[in-house]
Ligand binder design. Structure first.
Ligand SMILES: Cc1cc2nc3c(=O)[nH]c(=O)nc-3n(C[C@H](O)[C@H](O)[C@H](O)COP(=O)(O)O)c2cc1C
Length: 376
């Protein structure tokens, strides 16, 4: 295939972030056109998956591009045109910020993985919202919000609220990211007490803003969690998610673990700190999805993300309990056809399994996948 045999070897000669920027710009230029809009609209008109209604939104297909790929919403429509059913822009912060110094993205080809410590480099909520307002997408648009680095943890809620105010009206759904390992202390916001007050505040604002826009519903709000949590911590998050009536949970972000990698240890050490994504994260994130599905008894939508490269990987997440899936690292290794390949593969798997809709498969193997869950 053209990408894997020609383009990828060329792109992999460039520093990872340069290659990413080049790919993103080319995508935005080639695919942000009226032709692309038409192509995206006509594709998957008759979905082989049954009606995919999730938290009151209608999805063309269950495969989304995960947060971090298009941090500034510069290529959102192009990504829809490539066959993604939804695009999650961000993480966006209230103020623009440069992120960590480069290099901050590293490839681990032997492991089909990446390590990154980007640190929420983005143009800020106001600018990104304006761009998305001017360039609407024709697939579902999520906006993922994070804490500004300069803001202390105690003032996190006000910072997230200010960011939410700027983006809520362009987003089909909003994700509260409390799980990036690259903003100091961010993951402390996953503790029950901190998460509860953050989500209560955001949901209150969400309802108030909806009331002002008479007739409009509150925006579905989801929370994104880390893979490096133990069972009791996940239980607490589920309790808070249910109490604050959020729309769903995204599992998972990148891991700080480095276990079982093929890449030589000295290389890994030379990369330094950051979150690991891709194939080595796959089974752990599946386990977290399955645990969430069992803890919520299937009552809360879960978006499964971590190590999805193929339709079989996506199927694993769906059977574990995900009603939608996302990927980032799989795009880097598999190329721009990845969404289409996975969707076509999923349609074949449904046929193979004799199922008429994806919903029949969601959570069907949750018990099996959550069995390895650690309780300490
Ligand atoms: C370079 C890079 C940047 C990322 N930035 C963000 C981000 O800003 N916000 C976020 O919620 N997740 C971010 N992620 C995490 C991904 O959205 C995803 O949860 C994770 O990479 C696991 O999926 P994957 O194995 O398909 O890559 C980033 C991942 C990578 C590789």
């Amino acid at each position: 295939m053209l990408y894997r045999s020609i383009l990828r070897p060329l792109l992999f000669r460039l520093p990872p972030e340069t290659a990413h920027e080049l790919a993103l710009h080319s995508l935005a230029m080639m695919l942000g056109t009226r032709w692309a809009r038409h192509a995206a609209a006509s594709r998957y008109m008759r979905s082989p998956f049954g009606e995919l209604r999730r938290f009151s939104l209608l999805f063309k297909n269950p495969v989304g591009i995960a947060a971090g790929f298009d941090k500034n919403g510069a290529a959102a429509q192009a990504l829809c045109a490539l066959g993604f059913g939804f695009v999650e822009v961000g993480s966006v912060t209230n103020q623009p910020q440069p992120g960590n110094p480069r290099p901050r993205l590293f490839r681990l080809p032997q492991d089909q993985a990446l390590i990154n410590r980007a640190g929420f480099n983005n143009e800020g909520a106001a600018r990104i919202a304006e761009r998305l307002r001017q360039h609407p997408t024709d697939c579902v648009l999520g906006i993922n919000i994070g804490k500004s680095r300069a803001v202390p943890l105690e003032e996190a809620a006000e910072d997230y609220l200010a960011c939410f105010d700027k983006i809520y009206d362009v987003a089909d759904y909003v994700v509260v990211n409390v799980s990036s390992p690259n903003t100091p202390n961010l993951r402390k916001l996953q503790s029950a007490e901190a998460l509860s007050s953050l989500l209560y505040a955001l949901q209150k604002r969400n309802r108030e803003l909806a009331e002002k826009r008479a007739g409009r519903e509150a925006v579905p709000m989801l929370v994104k969690i880390a893979p490096d949590l133990i069972s009791v911590e996940i239980e607490e998050i589920v309790r808070v998610a249910q109490e604050t009536k959020i729309a769903g949970i995204i599992a998972t972000n990148t891991t700080t673990e480095r276990k079982g990698l093929r890449t030589p240890k000295r290389n890994i050490e030379s990369f330094g700190e950051g979150g690991l994504s891709g194939a080595p994260l796959r089974s752990r994130s599946t386990e977290v999805v399955a645990a969430l599905y069992r803890m919520t008894r299937g009552s809360m939508p879960i978006i499964g993300v971590g190590g999805i490269f193929t339709a079989e990987d996506a199927w694993e997440k769906i059977c574990a309990g995900a009603c939608l899936v996302q990927l980032y690292t799989g795009f880097i290794y598999q190329g721009p056809r990845v969404a289409r390949e996975i969707n076509e593969g999923l349609a074949r798997i449904l046929e193979r399994e004799g199922l008429r809709s994806l919903d029949e498969a969601v959570g069907s193997r949750a018990k099996e996948f959550s069995e390895g869950m650690s309780h300490d």
